[in-house]
Ligand binder design. Structure first.
Ligand SMILES: [Zn+2]
Length: 386
């Protein structure tokens, strides 16, 4: 047999290759072997019929929390990410230098989901609700972070810092965690990912000032202090400047960090996120996030084209991670991750993180997932249909 699997007759959307057309995809040796107009079924061990459906590369979720049993945010990655089409995810700071070896051994190395990580500059990571990760400034430890990064360079791709005052950062710690994250990232040649809302500063300007090309501003459409809009609802000049120098604006929907009001205003003013991520964790997996596909559905409601939305969970995050050609595409030679979606028509209630609702007319539902050229799961229930 030439192929382990062929996905037959679906509409392939692969922005990395500029393809939006009916195509077959053949997989062999865990990789994409070939894209073609009519690949021979007799040469495949198995065939998935995707007629009338969309086929994309496996989605990449740049912001999840998948360290269950240790971080209070943690959820199991395989049922919540991989089974729902996110074949590659980045855990955004659940683990710090003191807990990362356990995250590696008990989660990353044994999950079917491909898991990469942003190391929290707080050595304890995101353990409990009762003590913020920067309750004491000493938790922001550059030496420990750099040592851990050196040991796990294959999976740690950046340094995460969360800045919310009181609940995460004590007044004593102030803006020090951001400085320390920058210091560690620079020492290791990696970018930072910043969670900016309600930091100990006057505005997001002070945060963006220390962010450069490939750094990630997550929760970019949050509705709290330190947002991207000024008092008059205009996108702040610092945001335009940061985007121009290559700072990545990432959705990171979360349980409290996605506001219809902010995202609608930003899009009207010509600001789009580069990447769409979920910030999926225990407090939003049963709504309002459910899964990454549901966040994509919200951006279809907001007027993005299918190709634009799909690019923001495939080709663009792959570029951000410096993993183009491997993930986020179905070009021959890529790592063999694919999702089959149904684009369902109907009425779908879409809630932001403040409980405000919009009503969408279509929903992207992942119905089959292929990881490394093998069928992982088929016929999933859809999230959020009403
Ligand atoms: Zn998060």
């Amino acid at each position: 047999m030439k192929y382990d699997l062929i996905i037959k007759g679906g509409t392939l959307i692969d922005p990395a290759e500029g393809i939006h057309a009916e195509k077959d995809i053949g997989f062999a040796d865990n990789l994409v072997a070939e894209i073609g107009d009519d690949l021979p079924e007799r040469e495949a061990s198995s065939v998935l019929d995707a007629r009338g459906r969309l086929v994309t590369a496996g989605m990449i979720d740049l912001h999840v929390h998948v360290f269950p049993g240790v971080s209070h945010f943690g959820i199991e990655p395989d049922p919540t990410c991989l089974a729902r089409g996110a074949t590659t995810v980045v855990d955004a700071g659940s683990a710090g230098a003191d807990t990362f070896p356990g995250f590696r051994k008990f989660v990353i190395d044994v999950s079917a989901t491909r898991i990469l990580a942003q190391l929290n500059i707080s050595s304890q990571g995101m353990l409990t609700q009762e003590i913020g990760e920067f309750e004491i400034p000493e938790y922001a430890n550059v030496d420990k972070a750099c040592k851990m990064i050196e040991q796990h360079r294959d999976v740690i791709l950046g340094v995460k810092v969360r800045l919310t005052r009181e609940t995460i950062v004590s007044e004593r710690s102030g803006m020090l965690p951001l400085e320390r994250a920058r210091e560690a990232a620079d020492a290791c040649g990696l970018p930072i990912m910043v969670h900016p809302q309600a930091a100990w500063c006057d505005s997001i300007d002070e945060i963006l000032e220390v962010m450069y090309e490939r750094d990630i501003l997550t929760h970019c459409f949050h509705g709290m202090d330190c947002g991207i809009l000024d008092e008059r609802g205009q996108v702040r000049p610092s945001v335009h400047k940061a985007m121009a120098r290559g700072v990545v604006f990432d959705v990171g929907h979360g349980a409290g960090s996605f506001s219809w009001r902010v995202v609608e205003s930003a899009l009207e003013q010509g600001i789009q996120p580069q990447t769409i991520s979920s910030d999926l964790h225990i407090y939003n997996v049963d709504g309002p996030v459910y899964d990454l596909a549901n966040v994509l559905t919200k951006f279809l409601y907001l007027g993005l084209s299918l190709d634009e939305a799909i690019a923001k969970v495939t080709s663009i995050p792959a570029q951000t991670l410096l993993m183009e050609k491997k993930i986020g595409t179905l070009a021959a030679g890529a790592w063999g991750d694919a999702v089959i979606f149904e684009l369902r028509q109907g009425r779908f209630q879409l809630l932001d993180a403040h409980g405000e609702a919009r009503s969408g007319s279509q929903s992207l539902a992942p119905v089959a997932v292929v990881k490394g050229g093998q069928l992982y799961r088929q016929d999933l229930p859809s999230a959020s249909a009403i």
